[in-house]
Design a protein around this ligand. Structure first.
Ligand SMILES: NC(=O)c1ccc[n+]([C@@H]2O[C@H](COP(=O)([O-])OP(=O)(O)OC[C@H]3O[C@@H](n4cnc5c(N)ncnc54)[C@H](OP(=O)(O)O)[C@@H]3O)[C@@H](O)[C@H]2O)c1
Length: 299
């Protein structure tokens, strides 16, 4: 009898695929689907990687492993914060993989001069001609939007955007979106943090602005909530085999969403999270069921 491992070997699927949902692997669907950045002919894979522990610690080798896993499954989006940006840029440069990774960096200088110097350093390390995305928290983006637009005009970044993980930032984010000059936003959204679905996500769809999602696991709190509970059997109906995928599939089945940014220091978790982007996504009634189920667990 053919085992799962035999199947993977015959199909030439890498060993990391061993932890992907079996129904998905059996259909040889191990590459992440991609969604269009509105108004362009460019697409982004639906799962991205935030820069957690190992990146912040400057562990280039461990970071490279995580980035290779993402790339192996067709992923490319790296959300790069603080010093972790240099680690990501270095790995991209070392792998000579400028076209394989989409670097979403944050503004880190507080002046035009410092920011340009910071961007120049990332370009030098990564070997890229321009960053793919520069975004900023509203605190910087609102007063400095003209500056960010100039960086884009000068070719320092292909896209510009605004990013935050709290509801209190939505008003500023929407005011910037109203200028029709924002390419990509990043906000928090999941079955247990649904505020963005009220106005921000519909407005992004209406304006043709790409949306990346942060806090898919409430920065880890989600796993404390589901710990000790069995995944409901009906999750298999939408190719879901883990609690991580349960959350990711809820997020990705919102029509405004391009990509969910997952943070992990664990290669095993990185593969699990990629599974959240594969296979069938929940429909509207399944989405309601996911939400009710999680609300039930959170009391
Ligand atoms: N722009 C902003 O203002 C902003 C704010 C917050 C976040 N972000 C971005 O969004 C990214 C993600 O959001 P987040 O930082 O809130 O983290 P998150 O992805 O919601 O949660 C990360 C936590 O979940 C755990 N985890 C991940 N995958 C798992 C899995 N499959 N099974 C079990 N545990 C798992 C991780 O632990 P392990 O390391 O053990 O896997 C870590 O403790 C960040 O990295 C950042 O890029 C942006």
């Amino acid at each position: 009898m053919n085992t799962r491992r035999d199947f993977l070997k015959q199909a030439g699927i890498a060993t990391t695929a061993l932890s992907l949902p079996w129904s998905v692997v059996a259909n040889a669907q191990s590459l992440l689907p991609r969604r269009a950045i509105p108004g362009t002919d460019e697409t982004l894979p639906v799962i991205g990687l935030g820069t957690g522990g190992v990146f912040f610690e400057g562990d280039v080798e461990a970071s490279r492993v995580l980035m290779e896993i993402l790339r192996e499954h067709g992923g490319s989006y790296m959300d790069c914060l603080y010093g972790a940006r240099n680690v990501v840029a270095q790995v991209v440069g070392d792998l000579n993989a400028q076209d394989d990774f989409f670097i979403g960096s944050y503004v880190m200088g507080d002046t035009d001069e410092k920011s340009r110097a910071d961007i120049a350093q990332l370009l030098e390390l990564s070997g890229k001609d321009s960053l793919d995305l520069i975004h900023a928290w509203p605190e910087f983006a609102v007063p400095n939007w003209d500056l960010m637009r100039r960086w884009k005009d000068d070719g320092l970044a292909r896209y510009i955007g605004v990013s935050r993980h709290v509801t209190s930032a939505y008003e500023d984010i929407m005011n910037l979106m109203a200028t029709d000059t924002v390419d990509i936003i990043q906000v928090n959204y999941s079955a247990l943090e649904t505020d963005a679905a009220d106005r921000v996500l519909p407005m992004a769809m209406d304006k043709g602005i790409a949306v990346n999602i942060n806090r898919p696991f409430l920065n880890g709190e989600y796993f404390s909530l589901v710990k000790g509970h069995e995944l409901p059997e009906w999750a298999a109906d939408f190719d879901c085999e883990s609690w991580a995928q349960f959350s990711l599939k809820y997020i990705l089945s919102h029509p405004a969403v391009n990509c969910a940014i997952t943070e992990t220091s664990s290669p095993k978790h990185a593969v699990d999270n990629i599974g959240g982007g594969l296979g069938r996504m929940p429909d509207e009634s399944e989405r309601k069921r996911i939400r009710a189920h999680l609300e039930g667990l959170s009391g």
